[in-house]
Design a protein around this ligand. Structure first.
Ligand code: BGC
Length: 246
């Protein structure tokens, strides 16, 4: 079965058809810049554009980068305040005329890792933490997703941790990997204190240069980079649409 997976991020929107038996992209992925302001209408247009690019007529799975509950966006986060309370699934279905299933982006990335990446067969409590524009989390127990966790919103110095330790903050403040690694260490220590996970998988754009900050992170749980790197969001979103139908 092949489903179109789309990953909406703070900087780019990426899509590709995914073979759900293997987790592989069947065509080259198509990427467009996230429009700014990232309002519901503008993003919906881009989802339509991606579906058209692939002449898509089947189901679509979409990863969405905000707190999310039963198809509705709870707050605009790194996109735009106008998203608050928008029923994202209904909006995208109207824009594309297709059957669309929406899931939180980090939950999607986690699904990809647990089913096709380094998380395969991993039991116990696994936290997939994505480091990108924000910090997202996908939590799994014995391989099953516990949806909608928001571990990037743990508070540090009166702000969400993601405003202190996301990869976008490293770039914005030109932090060295050493300095950023120290911030990440505080973050992962907090995650460990709260969850006592058996494994942490680091996903998102920053999983590509994991070796640059890895040694700064001093926690008890094993911590490893994701395998699907940039494509995890696409693969997991496509997979989520199939799981939703089962
Ligand atoms: C949002 C999460 C999202 C993460 C990564 C955070 O700001 O609250 O829902 O998963 O960014 O995009």
């Amino acid at each position: 079965m092949i489903t179109l997976g789309i990953d909406i991020g703070g900087t780019g929107i990426k899509g590709a058809p995914v073979d759900l038996a293997t987790g592989e992209l069947t065509q080259e992925r198509f990427r467009i810049e996230t429009p700014r302001p990232a309002t519901p209408e503008k993003i919906a247009e881009k989802i339509h554009e991606i579906a058209q690019h692939f002449n898509w007529t089947g189901s679509v799975g979409c990863g969405f980068p905000t707190p999310f509950y039963h198809g509705k966006c709870l707050s605009g986060g790194n996109l735009h305040p106008d998203w608050t309370n928008v029923h994202v699934e209904k909006l995208f279905e109207k824009a594309t005329g297709l059957d669309v299933h929406v899931i939180n982006d980090a939950d999607a990335a986690g699904l990809a890792e647990m089913n096709f990446g380094v998380g395969v067969g991993k039991k116990g409590l696994v936290a997939v933490i994505t480091l990108g524009t924000g910090i997202g989390s996908g939590l799994f127990f014995n391989g099953e997703l516990i949806p909608n966790t928001e571990l990037g919103h743990l508070v540090y110095k009166n702000k969400p941790f993601e405003k202190y330790a996301a990869d976008s903050i490293r770039k914005k403040k030109s932090l060295s990997y050493k300095k950023w690694g120290n911030r990440l260490n505080k973050y992962f220590q907090r995650v460990e204190l709260i969850l006592s996970p058996d494994l942490i998988i680091v996903g998102g754009g920053a999983s590509k240069y994991f070796d640059k900050y890895q040694r700064k992170i001093k926690i008890n749980a094993p911590i490893i980079p994701a395998e699907n790197k940039n494509e995890a969001g696409i693969i997991g979103a496509a997979l989520a649409s199939k799981l939703a139908k089962n």
